[in-house]
Design a protein around this ligand. Structure first.
Ligand SMILES: C[S@@+](CC[C@H](N)C(=O)[O-])C[C@H]1O[C@@H](n2cnc3c(N)ncnc32)[C@H](O)[C@@H]1O
Length: 269
């Protein structure tokens, strides 16, 4: 951590500041656009940039995508610069900046979180991110989140990149998955059926059982609140499960599982 921070700091112009842990390095404009496009930012979004530097990500989200947003930054001069940059871009009403520690920031108001930090910092933030509302999108410039694999990674050319050996940047996207792990008992169309879900981040495997006899094993990826899962054998049987509060509902089903449509599951007592 220290050595990486130091390497990055040594590559910085004198005027640039940051913290010892995470120095100030700007995300190039075309990488910012890639981050916001990958997160599918619209005017309905509230974009939170953790460690917002000169404010460019939140300002671009407001100016180019019509979003609202907040940048939190620990260096006072950078916060002042961001407020001035937002004023010049005529987005002050939608792009707010605060001098604030990102670790003391409420993440729950964001629909999109952007980060250009360090791998260790991403990992420190990971538990709080995984506890956010399902569907919240996270985009990180260059650094990943350990064994929580991204939904998507895009590599962007950055010929004049000042840090590291690569002349490119990675942009990673994650969508916070709903918690579906557990032992669920069915009602409605699924009365008498139990559902056991084993979940690792956005990847889930579910076993349907009726009267102790396995009916189907399905697997798939959780996208926000919804799991689209297919039978492991690759047949055309599929189930769409939606997490809603403390319930799982089968919103669509096809093939041999079609009869399960409309089934509702709650945690078995
Ligand atoms: C690599 S820069 C990224 C700036 C901007 N997000 C961008 O992508 O252009 C990281 C920023 O995080 C800020 N920072 C570091 N630790 C922080 C903390 N604990 N709370 C808030 N900001 C922090 C640094 O001052 C620096 O401006």
């Amino acid at each position: 951590m220290k050595s990486l921070g130091l390497t990055l700091l040594l590559a910085l112009p004198v005027a640039a500041q940051g913290t010892d842990e995470v120095p100030f390095i700007t995300t190039p404009d075309h990488v910012t656009m890639t981050m916001l496009r990958m997160a599918k930012v619209t005017e309905k979004d509230y974009v939170l940039d953790l460690g917002s530097g000169d404010g460019r990500i939140v300002i671009t989200a407001a100016k180019r995508f019509g979003a609202r947003g907040l940048g939190v930054e620990i260096v006072p001069d950078l916060v002042k610069q961001s407020i001035e940059n937002a004023r010049k871009a005529k987005v002050s009403k939608r792009a707010e900046f605060r001098e604030q520690d990102l670790f003391k920031t409420d993440l729950t108001t964001a629909t999109v979180i952007t980060m250009y930090l360090l791998p260790e910092v991403n990992l420190q933030l990971r538990p709080a991110i995984l506890a956010l509302k399902p569907g919240t999108r996270i985009v990180s410039h260059d650094w990943d989140m350990g064994d929580w694999k991204p939904d998507r990674t895009v590599i962007v050319d950055v010929p004049d990149k000042k840090v590291g050996k690569e002349k490119s940047s990675k942009v990673h996207l994650w969508t916070v998955p709903a918690k579906m792990d557990g032992h669920w008992c069915g009602s409605g169309q699924s009365k008498g059926v139990t559902l056991d879900v084993a979940q690792s981040y956005q990847v889930a495997r579910a076993t349907f059982t009726r009267n102790g006899k396995p009916i189907a094993v399905i697997g798939g990826t959780i996208d926000g609140a919804e799991l689209k899962a297919m039978t492991i054998e690759g047949r055309k049987d599929a189930v769409w499960l939606r997490a809603n509060g403390d319930k799982l509902t089968i919103t669509r089903a096809q093939g041999e599982l079609a009869l399960a449509h409309g089934g509702v599951f709650t945690a078995c007592k």
